[in-house]
Each structure stands twice: as structure tokens, then as C-alpha cells.
Design a protein around this ligand. Structure first.
Ligand SMILES: [Zn+2]
Length: 685
């Protein structure tokens, strides 16, 4: 046995105070005395340290946090936590410290479950929405929810990841909308841009960068410079080529203003891109084209535009697609497209809504909004860097940038085929490393979302603080990741009522009630473990592995993630039902409290694992378990610290469905054209 007593005469100066070692305890140990008005030097070490204050009072600073301490206070310091002990009282502050090495603990403190992206900046883009309308659930379920959950998971794993998007003001769809609303294009863009930003806020999707192209000073000259680089590369040049015009007004026709049969798949399509097969068209190759403005057959004439012979760059595209995460759908599109002999893509169009090139040959034209977007991404990174104090420049992108794009399949051609070529031409020194995440279309009651038929559920109609977790869960579970999926209000309400309220919340309330009834409302410590208890712990660990796999870049799937969250709850409900007999039997309190501690561990795991998909629910669940909001993805399943205050039974996590809110004045105007579709770009159909 060892007895050691504090001896003020046997101390020597160390770490800015007086210390005396205690030997033979099996770990490092020492007495410390801090005189009034004195503080230790800053400490940061790999050992885990236990501090017991035995006399006096003062303050323990850990990082930026300050904690009062006095005789009777115990503190555990994790490896590498910066800490200082200061005496703020009138008498000596005396403490005993014990410290030991734990390699695994030090590693997990130093490098919390590392992200695949390491130290690289990760720029996660959701397609900049077109400000010709607000966002409906088709938009929200796709790129925006995907990018948000991706960023949240990456941050929990220590990555420096940001969510960037913006308002793609110079789309032809804005001009079309302005015409219908009798307002200027700039007014329409500014109005819907603000509405979109508000809807994203209601969806709990914070943005780190929201570039409004028509309002960002510096954007226009920088874009013109980017275009000049394309021209200087010699790969794009002005050319007179066949084009379609309205028979009555003489208006140049592209995108929203013309439709016909797709040259790729034969289905009905709007100008320039087919949302069904993903292939571009040049309008003059549409079968049976119809002019939007007059509704008649267009007149063929000649227009001068800058044209990119894309077919000359097939190797560059295939080379690029070997580098990042490129879903099979996109590789197939590239392979299919490059079987064409020629693909001549105009990158400017006659018009006055947009940005005119520097070049004299560009007079009367604007840079097409889609090539513009290739630059807009880089510009957004530069703007973000300016606020963060990072030296990121659109004109000099770095090879260590990791770019991740979320978009709908109808944008695949632009993102995964056109942009890599534009980057190679304008920025030949840059090897872009880009991951692509593509979604298909979400239908509503079996039909496309449509403004004209009021056939849509708008974000603002369904989202509020009470519903946002349910909406995010339902969309995550059902978003069209592999093929088109169908949204119905009935299915949403059934999931909310039967799954989230009837199963998740019912279990959490029941668990909270049992802790209140049998353990005074605080988490019990685990006692004796039965083999079934150990088996359930293993089951939770396996579920954690599957949840991580569903959120990592390679296997990213919110369908999978939401299914795993639900499976975690149903596993636990089964376990709870099975173990109930133990409590009813009586006489085995040490086994019963282990089962309860395991259910609380499952709830704590749910709070962590739900953070990317349902951040608001996750934070409230953590609070109800007496824990801080989860910030780090767990390396393993952990029991809740015994004694934590449990308030599960008192909290309403999910509220019953309510009738949809009104459409709002923004959508009262009729929108007779169903030709403008593109769910991922925000244009409304
Ligand atoms: Zn097609």
C-alpha cells in the first residue's frame, strides 16, 4: 500500500508553479501548488490527465472555455487539450494530478476518424438554382439535401468542407418568367433569388457561399476574362451557323422558347438539352420544332455565335472521368455522346440578358448561362476564400481542391462533359479533381412537378420548425437516386405518423418514462451483461459501420442512410420488447439496467448518425439525453455517461401532419409553358 501526503516543503518549480511527484501509483502522478494570482503555463500533451483539486479555488481554462474549480472538483483532460490552471482565490490552490498514455485515445483526439479528403479543401456545390420561381420538393430532394448532408458528414469527420451555390441569374428562363410577370429580368432574378435563399433556410440548409451572379461586383469582368481565355486557346471561335427564329416575332429561339423531338432519343424536349436522355441538341436538329412565342413552326436562318467543336475533346473528357467519382450513368452518357461524328456546341447566343464577351465578335451576344456556370463555381470558391482569409483564386485553381457536384441528371452533360473541357482550355495548368453525385427526377402523384397545373409541393408550403426533420427524412429515404421516384402526400404523412411518431418517438418516450420511473430520470450504469446484451452491442456497432458507409463519398446514398437509421430504431425496439420480460421477472436489477443503458446507447448513436440527415432532431435528441449536440462522427458505440439527465419523455420530436400551407402570391401567376423543366437548375415546370 502507498500513502503519500501533500508536503508544501518538498516541492520544486515546474510548469510555472510548484510541484512534487508521487511515486509508485502505476501512472505519472504529482501534487501541484498554485499560489494566489499565479497560473500554470499552457499545457498540451499526449497523455490523458486527471486533476483533483484538494484545496483553494481558481479556474481551469480548456481551450477557449473557462471552468471554475474548487476543493472537491475533478476534471479529466483529453490528449492535446490545451489547458491552464489559475488561482483566483486568496489561499494556495492545491491539486493532485494523475496522467497516463493511451495510444488509441491520443490518436482519436489528434485525428478524429479521418475524412477521405484529408487536409484538402472540399467545395461541395449544389446546382445554382435559376431564379424564375421558388424551390419545390423536387429541387430540395435532389442536389440541395444531398450536398447539405454530404457537408455535414464530412465536417463530423474533420474535413474542411463547404456548401456553395448561388443564383444563376442569366438563364433564359428568367427572361421568360419576366415576360410573363411583366417585370424586368433583373427584378425577377432578385425576387426569386431571395425566395430561394429563404426556402433553403427553412429546410435547415445553411450555405457557406451564395453567389448572385447579377449582383456580385467583380463577377462580370472576371467572367469575361475567363471567356477570353477560351477564345485565346483557339478552341472556340465565332461562326455563322443555322438557327431557328420565331415566324411572327423574329425572336432567336433556344432553350425555353422552342421544343421538339430530341435528336438523341426522339422524346419531346426543350431546346439545348434533353432531360430524358441527357443529350444536348442545337435546336436546328429538333424534329418538328415548335416556336414558343407564336406556337408556330420556326423559320430557319443564320446566327453568329462562338462555337466549341466538343467532339475534338473526347479524350480529355474520358481522361477527366477516370479521376474522380463519376457514376456509371455519366460515363455512359459520355460514351454515347462521343459516338456522334460531330458535336458543335454554341457557347454564346444572340441576346441582351447576360454578359457580353470582351471580343468585338461577341457584339449582340451573351455568354451562354451554362458555360458561364463553369466559371461561376470557381468564382464562388474565390469569394468564400476571401471571407475565410484563404488564398483561393478563380483564375488559378489549385490541384489540391476537391470539388464535389450535386445535380439532376438533366445537368449531367454540362457538369461532367462540357465543363471539364472548358477548364482544360481556359486553365490548362489545372487538373480538376471532381466528384459527381447525380439524381433522377422526383414525380408528384406520378406526374412531373408543374407550375402551370399547380402540380407541385413548394418548400414553403410544407416546411417549418416542426416538420423539417420529417420532410428531410422522407425525402432522404425516397429521393430518386437510381431511378425516378414518386412523392405523394399520403406516403409522406404515413411515414411521419407510423414511422417517426408511431415507432421512433413512441420508443424514445417509453424509454424516457422507464428511466424516469426506475432511475430517477438519470442514465443508469450498465451492470451485468447477458450474452444477448453483448450481442446487441455488436449489432449496434455493425449498424454504425453501415451508416458510415452510406455517407462516405464512394457509397454516398441518403436512401441507404435513412433506411439504416430506421433499421437502427427497429432493431432497438425489438431488443427492448425482448428484454421487457427481464424487468417483469424481478430480482435481476443489474441485468435490467444493462438493457436500459444499451437502449440509451442506441439513442445516443441515433443522435450522432442522424445528424447529417436530420440535424435539428439529432441536436434535440442529444439534449434529451443530457449530451451536447454531436459534432464528431463516432468511432464506436458508446454508453451514455451514467448519471446523465434524461428528458426523453418530455420532448415532442415529431408533430402530426398539418394541411399544406397556401401557395403564396409568388405562384399565383399562371405559367403556361411546360417546356421549361430542369428540376435541378431550379427552373419550374
Ligand atoms: Zn433525348
Amino acid at each position: 500500500m502507498i500513502i503519500d501526503r501533500f508536503d508544501a516543503t518538498a516541492l520544486s518549480a515546474a510548469f510555472g508553479i510548484d510541484m512534487g511527484s508521487v511515486d509508485g501509483l502505476g501512472t505519472g502522478a504529482a501534487w501541484g501548488r498554485v499560489a494566489p494570482g499565479v497560473a500554470t503555463t499552457h499545457q498540451r500533451h499526449d497523455e490523458t490527465e486527471l486533476l483533483v483539486i484538494v484545496a483553494g479555488r481558481g479556474e481551469l481554462a480548456v481551450g477557449a472555455a473557462h471552468h471554475p474549480v474548487a476543493a472537491g472538483t475533478v476534471a479529466l483532460l483529453e490528449p492535446f487539450e490545451d489547458h491552464v490552471v489559475a488561482n483566483t482565490g486568496e489561499e494556495d490552490l492545491v491539486f493532485l494530478t494523475q496522467y497516463w498514455r493511451d495510444g488509441a485515445r491520443a490518436v482519436s483526439s489528434a485525428a478524429p476518424v479521418a475524412s477521405e479528403h484529408g487536409e484538402r479543401p472540399v467545395f461541395v456545390f449544389s446546382t445554382p438554382p435559376t431564379p424564375n420561381g421558388d424551390l419545390h420538393l423536387g429541387h430540395l430532394a435532389g442536389p440541395y439535401l444531398g450536398a447539405d448532408a454530404y457537408v455535414r458528414f464530412q465536417r463530423m469527420n474533420g474535413a474542411s468542407a463547404w456548401h456553395l451555390t448561388g443564383s444563376d441569374d442569366f438563364q433564359s428562363y428568367v427572361v421568360d418568367r419576366a415576360r410573363r410577370e411583366g417585370r424586368s429580368s433583373a427584378e425577377v432574378a432578385a425576387y426569386y433569388s431571395a425566395e430561394i435563399a429563404e426556402t433553403l433556410r427553412l429546410m435547415d440548409i445553411p450555405l457557406d457561399q451564395y453567389t448572385v451572379t447579377n449582383a456580385d461586383p467583380g463577377y462580370v469582368p472576371a467572367l469575361k476574362d475567363f471567356f477570353t481565355r477560351l477564345v485565346s486557346s483557339g478552341a472556340i471561335a465565332p461562326a455563322d451557323g443555322p438557327a431557328l427564329f420565331d415566324p411572327r416575332t423574329g425572336q432567336y429561339l433556344y432553350e425555353v422558347d422552342v421544343h421538339g423531338g430530341c435528336p438523341g432519343c426522339g422524346e419531346a424536349t426543350a431546346g439545348n438539352i434533353c432531360e430524358l436522355c441527357g443529350e444536348p441538341n442545337t435546336v436546328v436538329d429538333l424534329a418538328g420544332p415548335v416556336a414558343g412565342p407564336s406556337g408556330g413552326a420556326p423559320v430557319t436562318g443564320t446566327a453568329r455565335r462562338y462555337v466549341l467543336p466538343l467532339h475534338e475533346h473526347a479524350d480529355a473528357v474520358l481522361d477527366h472521368q477516370r479521376r474522380g467519382r463519376v457514376p456509371a450513368r455519366l460515363r455512359e452518357l459520355a460514351a454515347r455522346l462521343f459516338r456522334r461524328e460531330r458535336i458543335d456546341i454554341p457557347v454564346s447566343h444572340p441576346g441582351d440578358w447576360g454578359i457580353t464577351p470582351h471580343e468585338a465578335d461577341g457584339a449582340g451576344q451573351v455568354i451562354w448561362a451554362w458555360p458561364e456556370m463553369a466559371f461561376g463555381f470557381l468564382h464562388g470558391i474565390q469569394r468564400l476564400g476571401e471571407r475565410l482569409g484563404r488564398d483561393w483564386t478563380a483564375a488559378r485553381p489549385a490541384d489540391d481542391w476537391k470539388v464535389v457536384h450535386f445535380f439532376g441528371y438533366d445537368n449531367s452533360f454540362y457538369h461532367a462533359i462540357l465543363y471539364p473541357v472548358l477548364y482544360r482550355l481556359a486553365l490548362p495548368g489545372w487538373t480538376p479533381d471532381i466528384d459527381y453525385h447525380v439524381n433522377e427526377f422526383l414525380l408528384y402523384d406520378g406526374l412531373k412537378f408543374s407550375t402551370s397545373r399547380r402540380h407541385a409541393v413548394w418548400g414553403k408550403q410544407i416546411l417549418d420548425a416542426d416538420s423539417v426533420d420529417a420532410v428531410r427524412y422522407f425525402l432522404a429515404r425516397n429521393r430518386p437516386e437510381v431511378e425516378r421516384t414518386n412523392f405523394t402526400l399520403d406516403a409522406y404523412e404515413h411515414t411521419l405518423t407510423a414511422t417517426l411518431i408511431g415507432t421512433w418517438q413512441a420508443w424514445l418516450h417509453d424509454l424516457g418514462q422507464r428511466v424516469a420511473d426506475h432511475y430517477d430520470g438519470v442514465a443508469p450504469d450498465a451492470g451485468n451483461w447477458t450474452p444477448e446484451h453483448a450481442g446487441f452491442l455488436g449489432q449496434l456497432a455493425a449498424r454504425l459501420g453501415a451508416l458510415a458507409a452510406s455517407l462516405r463519398p464512394g457509397g454516398f446514398s441518403l436512401n441507404q442512410s435513412a433506411a439504416e437509421l430506421d433499421a437502427l430504431v427497429t432493431d432497438t425496439v425489438r431488443f427492448s420488447r425482448r428484454e421487457r420480460a427481464l424487468a417483469q421477472a424481478g430480482g435481476m436489477p443489474d441485468e435490467v439496467r444493462t438493457a436500459t443503458a444499451l437502449e440509451l446507447a442506441a439513442a445516443w448513436l441515433l443522435a450522432h448518425a442522424a445528424t447529417p440527415v436530420m440535424p435539428r432532431f439529432a441536436a434535440r435528441l442529444a439534449e434529451a439525453l443530457g449530451q451536447p449536440a454531436p459534432r464528431q462522427w463516432p468511432a464506436t458505440v458508446e454508453l451514455i455517461p451514467p448519471g446523465s439527465k434524461i428528458t426523453l419523455a418530455q420532448i415532442t420530436f415529431f408533430h402530426p401532419p398539418r394541411p399544406l400551407g397556401p401557395l403564396g402570391a409568388a405562384h399565383a401567376a399562371e405559367h403556361p409553358s411546360d417546356a421549361s423543366r430542369s428540376q435541378s437548375s431550379g427552373s419550374l415546370a
